[in-house]
Every structure is written in C-alpha cells, then in structure tokens.
Design a protein around this ligand. Structure first.
Ligand code: FE
Ligand code: CA
Length: 509
C-alpha cells in the first residue's frame, strides 16, 4: 500500500505537516518555535495555493514560498514557519482551525499541511508568513461512505504552456466542480523557441532540480491555473512530460540520454512533489510512490495509477502510427505497464462497496489495435498482456470507468480484453488537452471513429471533461475551447455521454 505515510489527527484542532519535518521518514512533529523571523520583504505567495487528496478525515493544503519564483524561488537556505488558517468564510472572521508548518529549503520552501477541519462543508484556507497572507483557497473533505450525494468531477491533462492559454480552467472554475482530477503532463520539458509557440518557456530543457522548479513556477504563475487550484481539491497523477517525453521507468526516450537519466528523473520527481497538493512524503532516493486510492462517499472508489515509473520500455522502438505487424516483444506476457506490484494492488483494491470503480490513468487503455498493428506503443496497446491482466482483475468490480488524458483529443471508448474482444468491461473517457497540440490534423478523427472500440472522438479542440456522478448514472460532458491559442476564447459543449449503472455501455445524450 502506498497511501499516506503521514499520520492523520483525530482531534480537529491539532495540526500536522505531511512533510517538512527534519527527517522525511519520521512522523510529523510540532513546528519548533526557534525558527528565525521572516527576513524577506517581497510577497512569497506568487504561486498561489492548492489542496488535494481529500479523505473523510483530512485534506492536504499546499503553498510554496517563492518571492522570486522564476529564479529558484528567491529565499535563503533557511527554514520558515508558515501559519495556516481554516475558516467558514472567505474573510476569515470565523476561523475553525489554525496551525503551523515548516517551509524547508530542502523542499523548495513548499508546504504540505494535512489539516482536519471539523466540518464536511465548504472550507476556506490561507497561509500567512511575516506580514504576508496568501490568496484564499476553497476545499472540503470527502463525504463518508453512507453518502450518495452526486459529485461533479472535472478531468484535465496536458497543459503545455507554450501551446496556448488556460481558458479551459476559467470555464472549469465557473462550473464549480467538487474535485479536479489531473491525469498527467502538468508541465512539458521542452526548451525555448519551439515551433508554434503561443507563450514562451523560461529556459532550455530542464534537467536539474532548480530548472524543474523554475518550470513549475512558470506554469503556476498563470492566474487561471491558480484559480482552478484554489476552487476545490485536486487529485493529481503524472505522465511522461513531468520528466521527459516517453520515458519508461529508468529508460529515457533516447538511449543517448541514458547517462544522467536517473538523476534527472529524481530531480523531476522532487520538483513534482514540491508543487503538487499530494498526500505523500518527499521522494526518497529518487523513488516516489504515487499510486493511491481516493474514495468519495458511497459513489466512487478511484484508484490513481502510475503508468510511468514502473513500466517496461516501449516495444518496437516506440513507433507511432506505423501500420505494420507489431514486433514479437509487444506481446511478451512479462511486460507490464504498472509493474507487478501495482498490478496486484489494482486487483486487490478495485472492488468495493462504491457504485463506481474508477481508474485515473495516464495513457489510452481502449484496444485500438488495427489487426496486428499497434498505432501507439506508448499506450496500453503496447502492453496488451498487462491490460488483459488488469481488466480481468476488475471483473468483481462494479461499473468500471477509466479516466484518461494522454493524446490531446476527446474520445469515448469501451474496454475489452484480447480473449473476448466483443464484450465491454467498462467505459473509458479520454479528456482532450487543456492546451497541448492546439493544432491536430482533423483527418485523424475519421480513422478513430472507424475503430470498433471507439464510440466517438473529436480531435480539433482543447478543453476538459466534466463528469456528474450519481448512484444511477455517470454523465460526461465534454467542454471545448474554440481556439486555445487565443486568450479568452469561447467555451462550449461538444457532446455529453452517459453510462447507466449496471450496463457497461455508453450512449450520447
Ligand atoms: Fe501530453
Ligand atoms: Ca504523454
């Protein structure tokens, strides 16, 4: 099991920090009162606030002190004590809990505080240090298992800063979801001056910790992304671009980059952890277990997957859109997308009392092989024995829904195994990108919708998907931006699809 390594407090007025203690392997401790006074004069809350990984008992609230965010953060090599406050109102006249957390230079002066508010209602939170107060965020706890109150979940992925504007988040905030699930490619590791650039990167390709921190800071300086983080808790997983395109475990995309890849990956994982509102302690020796369960009342049992850290290298030299028989390696049974430990964890945890069994997943799971040909070896098609094992292990689970990002287009698929390709085991909702690839060739759409497992697809627009989940139906509304390359472009609904509990099929509504 890899869920929180932190302790959760049963007394609502006490406070702990998930990390930021002197030793990441020890339980959280009280913040010492010996820390030096604040010695900076510029607002350190440039990157906003965030919350995430809610349970029925607690939620993680996040910020990072960075008065000079694009240049390493701008703070000295000193720990600071940061006050956090939870209130029933946005003006903080009715504070329900408060406490202190450490912002350590070893963690880029990020703060991950696990807080246990004494209410299941809307919670306002903020941080204070010296004379400065952070922006105010809104969060909440997950409802307990007796609740079947409908939940609205937005899924998002692939937000290449240089490809466009975060208009999709502006619309998302207006929709007031209960939870935002981010499915990978939070940053892209590209350098300066890429073709088609709408907004400039702030450096060449990041390879060390400071460069990755600066890249996260660039993304998190966007006010629309900050507003989306402040509006509700997030659940975040990663894909490849948080490190490097199409890396697999300890194998980089290009063999020539093998030397130094492990150190680069460790720096990237550290920076990801520092900037995400996640319930886990800092990476140790370059490893970070991020696969975990998020439960939402009696409705959703969600397993958040890590399809990057433990996967075998892509088969057939990682070819894309090469319509010829796959190499024999692709069908070797020992190859895995998740690694054997995580595959077993899925098998052990996917069945529950919740109405919906959900996988939050990074790469397309629907079988879209063209006979013997695999269109994209980075997806589950390149790991079909692993996919068969995962899907066969979910047969005891109710109502399987797979939430995916990955391919910068909107799609709806049905999930089948190699031995029974005509029986749907569940439904996959692929969200389009927030910005990435704002210019996909529209001819791909006809090919996709001709595939037997693809119900529908739309390749021309960026956006996100808004899911409304009840005890009887899962409804996915695909919100699309007219042109993500234009600031403030209009947002509308492409289509809405629904699954009725008890029937593993999906229809347009
Ligand atoms: Fe992407
Ligand atoms: Ca990707």
């Amino acid at each position: 099991m890899v869920v929180a390594a932190c302790s959760s407090s049963d007394d609502t007025a006490t406070q702990t920090t998930v990390a930021g203690t002197s030793d990441d392997t020890t339980p959280p401790t009280e913040v010492p009162d010996t820390l030096p006074p604040v010695d900076f004069s510029t607002d350190p809350f440039t990157l906003g606030v965030a919350s995430g990984d809610p349970s029925t008992e607690s939620v993680i609230i996040w910020t990072r002190l960075a008065p000079d965010p694009l240049n390493g953060g701008g703070l000295s090599d000193t720990e600071y004590s940061v006050r956090w406050e939870l209130a029933r109102d946005a003006d903080f006249t009715d504070v329900m809990a408060e406490g202190d957390a450490i912002a350590s230079p070893r963690h880029g002066h990020s703060v991950h505080a696990e807080v246990s508010p004494p209410t299941n209602e809307t919670i306002y939170y903020r941080f204070r240090v010296g004379d400065f107060a952070s922006p105010v965020g809104i969060t909440r706890l997950a409802p307990d298992s007796s609740s079947i109150e409908p939940v609205r979940i937005a899924t998002a992925s692939c937000q290449n800063y240089t490809d466009g504007y975060y208009t999709a988040y502006d619309d998302m905030v207006k929709q007031s979801p209960d939870l935002i699930v981010f499915l990978g490619d939070y940053i892209y590791e590209g350098g300066m001056g890429e073709p088609g650039t709408v907004r400039e990167n702030n450096s060449e390709e990041p390879k060390d910790l400071v460069a990755y921190r600066n890249r996260y800071a660039l993304y998190k300086s966007d006010p629309l992304l900050q507003a989306a983080h402040a509006t509700c808790p997030w659940v975040v997983t990663w894909d490849d671009h948080e490190v490097e395109n199409n890396y697999a475990g300890f194998v980089p995309q290009d063999a020539a980059d093998a030397e130094g890849h492990a150190a680069r990956r460790a720096a990237a994982y550290q920076a990801w952890w520092e900037h995400m509102p996640v319930r886990m302690t800092a990476p140790i020796d370059g490893q970070l277990s991020i696969y975990r369960r998020i439960s939402w009342g009696g409705l959703v049992n969600m397993l958040v997957l890590d399809g990057r850290q433990y996967r075998d290298d892509q088969a057939c030299a990682d070819a894309v859109l090469k319509v010829e028989p796959a190499c024999p390696e692709a069908s070797l049974p020992e190859r895995s997308m998740l690694g054997s430990e995580q595959e077993q964890w899925v098998a052990n945890n996917i069945a529950s009392d919740a109405v919906w069994s959900v996988l939050a997943n990074q790469t397309v799971m629907s079988d879209i092989r063209l006979g013997d040909a695999i269109l994209n070896y980075d997806q589950w098609d390149g790991y079909s024995p692993s996919r068969d094992r995962v899907l066969e292990s979910t047969t005891a689970a109710e109502n399987l829904i797979v939430l995916t990002g990955d391919i910068h287009l909107a799609g709806v698929g049905q999930l089948t195994t190699s031995s029974d390709p005509s029986t749907s085991r569940g439904v996959e909702f692929v969200t389009t990108s927030i910005t990435s690839d704002a210019n996909i060739d529209a001819s791909l759409e006809a090919l996709l919708v001709s595939l037997p497992n693809i119900i529908d697809a739309e390749v021309s627009h960026r956006g996100y998907t808004l899911h409304t989940v009840t005890a009887t139906d899962w409804t996915a509304q695909y919100r699309i931006v007219d042109d993500a390359r234009v600031d403030g472009s209009a947002v509308s609904t492409w289509k809405t699809f629904a699954v009725t509990a008890g029937t593993p099929t999906v229809t347009a509504v």
